[in-house]
Design a protein around this ligand. Structure first.
Ligand SMILES: C[S@@+](CC[C@H](N)C(=O)[O-])C[C@H]1O[C@@H](n2cnc3c(N)ncnc32)[C@H](O)[C@@H]1O
Length: 274
């Protein structure tokens, strides 16, 4: 039996590509845009996006005139991105299904390689960063984005509160989530320096997601990432419905009549290949 968590397996992500795109990419596209700015992508540069998902970083790099290879280990994510590429006839992006821990790519061929909240899921995070560095030319740039302080991850905060209120006997997982193994400014800085990148800089950014309505958001949120799917399966249908009502109430109350909005802190790390 596999020791890997559901968010470390391609099937987990493939089956939810559409829902992930609806629930998370309005946030991750803000992280991608900030990373693209910091990397200062130039026309004609060769850019690699690892764990691209539905392609927020890859699409942004192509909009800036770069030639992009977008990779992910989940065929479902790549199919969705490829559909978008075909629909808009985007000539600057190619896609490939690939594990980011062992990229099937020659070394020293990209000007830039990045992973937006992707490497955080890898069983071997250091290997993921080392692979970005390996395929980038000397003098090229690498970016890794992870989430910031857990307390500032509002959707997770409201989710916990809603379950505690409506199902107080339910045991919420107390182990560190897979994606929180690389979390925050210091651990990102350490990981990038450990990889041998130079001029490492880490900045914090708040990303926010305006919700159509908190209850409508709940419908997609419950299946928008593999660990959430698992959590709600365990919680059961009735408790999930009640937790959804509490979630909507908490979010709506805290936004004081303004458009409901959820925010999260992320850290953007950049470095240069020696
Ligand atoms: C939270 S999503 C981020 C997607 C996208 N970068 C974004 O910012 O919206 C995480 C992505 O990592 C991918 N992923 C997880 N482990 C991977 C691995 N070992 N190799 C390649 N992709 C992986 C998943 O398939 C998923 O698309």
């Amino acid at each position: 039996m596999s020791q890997l968590a559901p968010d470390q397996q391609p099937e987990g992500w493939s089956s939810i590509a559409e829902v992930y795109d609806q629930s998370f990419t309005s946030m991750t596209s803000q992280l991608a845009e900030a990373a693209l700015e910091q990397l200062d992508i130039q026309l004609g540069e060769e850019v690699l996006d690892v764990a691209t998902g539905t392609g927020v970083f890859a699409l942004g790099a192509a909009r800036r005139g770069a030639n992009v290879l977008a990779t992910d280990f989940a065929p479902g994510m790549i199919e969705l991105l490829q559909k978008r590429i075909d629909e808009f006839d985007l000539k600057l992006i190619r896609t490939a299904v690939m594990d980011g821990q062992s990229l099937e790519l020659e070394e020293n061929q990209f000007d830039v390689a990045a992973s937006i909240v992707g490497i955080i899921f890898f069983p071997d995070i250091d290997k993921g960063i080392a692979e970005l560095k390996r395929v980038v030319k000397p003098g090229g740039r690498v970016a890794v984005v992870c989430w910031g302080e857990m307390e500032k991850f509002q959707m997770m905060h409201y989710l916990r509160r809603a379950i505690e209120i409506t199902a107080p006997d339910f045991e919420l997982p107390d182990s560190t989530p897979v994606w929180a193994r690389l979390l925050g400014h210091e651990s990102l800085q350490d990981a990038m320096q450990r990889a041998g990148l130079r001029d490492v800089q880490v900045t914090r950014i708040m990303a926010s997601h305006e919700l159509p309505s908190a209850s409508e958001y709940w419908e997609t949120f419950t299946s928008s990432a593999p660990p959430l799917q698992l959590l709600f399966q365990r919680l059961g249908e009735e408790n999930t419905r009640r937790a959804g009502e509490a979630f909507a109430e908490l979010v709506t109350r805290d936004c004081n009549g303004a458009t409901p909005c959820l925010s999260a802190e992320a850290c953007i790390g950049t470095g240069v290949v020696a």
